[in-house]
Design a protein around this ligand. Structure first.
Ligand code: FBP
Length: 554
């Protein structure tokens, strides 16, 4: 395989790790824990893994090895996120540090690899090929849900065959919830297999008081911010386009907000604010058109708008429409498939409640069609397929045309749309993600050595230099509450949305008026790997604001 010069240079990068992981590791256990909510229900559902203490690793004298080798299995679950290969490298190095004969097996293409017994041993040569690289291609990832007892038993067969004592599941909130259910089941039947989770998702919505950030968020935001900065420089040069830029984030707007903090666009919509203020689609259009009109008065007929991917589901009226569509299609998909393409829109209009039907009828043709495309494995609309950026650009244009007729606006409006998602999910990890991921993986091995199950690997204090990071484990049940999913109450890890009273949003709110009218663009440029630490090792603005209340260079 031909490698780029950067790949060759990055292969030898040695991730920085917390001091606590450097030598022999001592485990410190805290007090018993409770779930964030619904303690009684969660305790009943997880009798073997509820209430366990938070643990922390510190360095101690002595030999870090174990008498017997441990074999470990690893699964990559869900969407790609930069740094996954370093998590696996960290697990591998941890397993080998414990005993040179320990083995690491990777299950192919996500949880289905465990169920279908498709795996490969990850040897030192393979691991070395992937250190500090982006992507999940070392073993591939998949979105199969690991949730039934039949799947758990099928998985156990291969785990036993390979003498695997612990399984590490690298995934988002749903995959880690399922990891905990699996840990509980294996504990209940005395299977002799521990299960450890690792917090992954570029969306940044798997975080809480114990988990500072999910890996991949830092790199993905830096890649998107580079692209947005480039667009801003172009738009400030040509001065003739409004760019509507949608960024990934299936649900929460963390990515949009972080990119805004890094690049100072003229507009950034935050879905959580839209929901809180119960804004309609028309309110959002009016707001965007209003900023465009104010800039036009100053002769600035150009600008940038950042749109979070999940926006559509946070507009209360659209949420109701999507929910009815989800239910309707879940029961009538076959009939819908038989309707001719040209008749599908009218078919849906005729089947929905009057309120939703009129909203659906008001949507542009393309978006109406996108709302009825195939659902994901959870039965939800795939928001990444909805071209919200085009919807907004088109509706803003209509609004401005109307204002022009009414004499309220006298500018020029031309728009270009973009969607940044897949461009960032497999990028080479930033130093932050390379270090964080390696530490998460290594910590997972230490949790396994300590006999833990039902824990999520955690590395905290990450706005400080890596040596001061704190490695340990958080019981997954601690992050859970009961939520209604497809009509049933289920134990799930709480998804972290943008907090409107949190420091990152408040900072954005204090600046957005200025950014909207003035042209205060920041051009972050590409991720820097080598050079001064304030350029190469800065965590995301979100984390810095959350932990320090300020952004490094401010
Ligand atoms: P995860 O939550 O699994 O990490 O995936 C996040 C994400 O990148 C979203 O931002 C996006 O909506 C979705 O994956 C796209 O999924 P797919 O890769 O299946 O198109």
């Amino acid at each position: 395989m031909t490698k780029s010069a950067l790949q060759v240079a990055r292969a030898s990068y040695i991730p920085k790790v917390p001091a606590g992981l450097k030598g022999n590791v001592k485990i410190e256990e805290g007090a018993a824990t409770e779930s964030v909510r619904d303690q009684k229900e969660i305790k009943e559902l997880f009798p073997n893994t509820y209430g366990m203490p938070i643990v922390k690793f510190t360095e101690t004298a002595g030999n870090p090895g174990m008498d017997k080798p441990i074999n470990v299995g690893v699964i990559l679950s869900g969407g790609q996120a930069p740094g996954g290969h370093n998590v696996i490298a960290g697990i591998y190095d941890g397993v080998k540090r414990l005993h040179p004969d320990g083995k690491l097996y990777g299950f192919i293409l996500g949880p289905s690899g465990l169920i279908n017994h498709e795996y490969k041993e990850l040897t030192g040569d393979i691991i070395d090929e992937y250190r500090n690289t982006g992507g999940f291609d070392i073993i591939g990832s998949g979105r199969t849900k690991l949730e039934t007892q039949e799947q758990f038993d099928k998985g156990l067969e291969i785990l036993k065959k390979l003498d695997i004592k612990a399984l590490v599941i690298i995934g988002g909130d749903d995959s880690n919830t399922n990891a905990c259910v699996l840990a509980e089941y294996y504990a209940k039947i005395n299977a002799g297999v521990q299960v450890i989770g690792c917090p992954k998702t570029i969306d940044g919505d798997l975080k809480n008081e114990q988990i500072e950030t999910s890996f991949g968020f830092d790199t993905a935001c830096k890649v998107y911010s580079e692209l947005i900065g480039n667009i801003q420089r172009d738009c400030n040069s040509a001065r003739k386009y409004w760019h509507f830029i949608k960024v990934m984030g299936r649900s929460a707007s963390h990515i949009a907000l972080e990119c805004a903090l890094q690049t100072h666009p003229n507009i950034c919509i935050v879905s959580e604010e839209v929901a809180e203020k119960e804004q309609s689609l028309d309110d959002i259009i009016e707001y965007i058109a209003g900023v465009i009109s104010k800039r036009a008065e100053k002769g600035l007929n150009f600008g940038t708008v950042i749109i979070p991917e999940g926006l559509i589901e946070f507009i209360p009226a659209m949420k109701k429409l999507i929910s009815e569509l989800n239910d309707f299609l879940a029961h009538n998909q076959e009939e819908f498939d038989l309707v001719r393409r040209s008749g599908k829109r009218d078919y849906i209009i005729s089947k929905l409640s009057p309120e939703n039907s009129s909203i659906y009828a008001s949507l542009p043709e393309t978006v109406a069609r996108q709302l009825t495309l195939d659902r994901d494995p959870h039965g939800n609309v795939q928001v990444s397929l909805i071209e919200t950026e085009k919807l907004l650009a088109e509706m803003v244009k209509n609004k401005l045309d109307q204002w022009k007729k009414e004499g309220k606006y006298n500018g020029k409006f031309a728009s270009i749309t973009h969607f940044f998602g897949y461009e960032g999910r497999c990028a080479a990890p930033s130093n932050y993600d390379a270090d964080y991921c390696y530490s998460l993986g290594f910590t997972a091995s230490m949790l396994i050595a300590a006999g833990k199950t039902g824990y999520m690997s955690s590395v905290r204090n990450t706005t400080r230099p890596a040596a001061e990071w704190i490695a340990g484990g958080i019981p997954i049940t601690m992050m859970m509450n009961m939520e209604r999913r497809h009509g049933e109450m289920k134990p799930v890890i709480q998804k972290a949305l943008v907090e409107l009273n949190g420091a990152p949003f408040r900072y954005f709110e204090s600046q957005r008026e200025k950014w909207s009218i003035e042209t205060d663009y920041v051009y972050p440029g590409p991720i820097q790997y080598f050079g001064p630490t304030e350029v190469c090792d800065q965590p995301s603005n979100t984390l810095q604001l959350e932990q320090n209340g300020t952004i490094g260079l401010d």
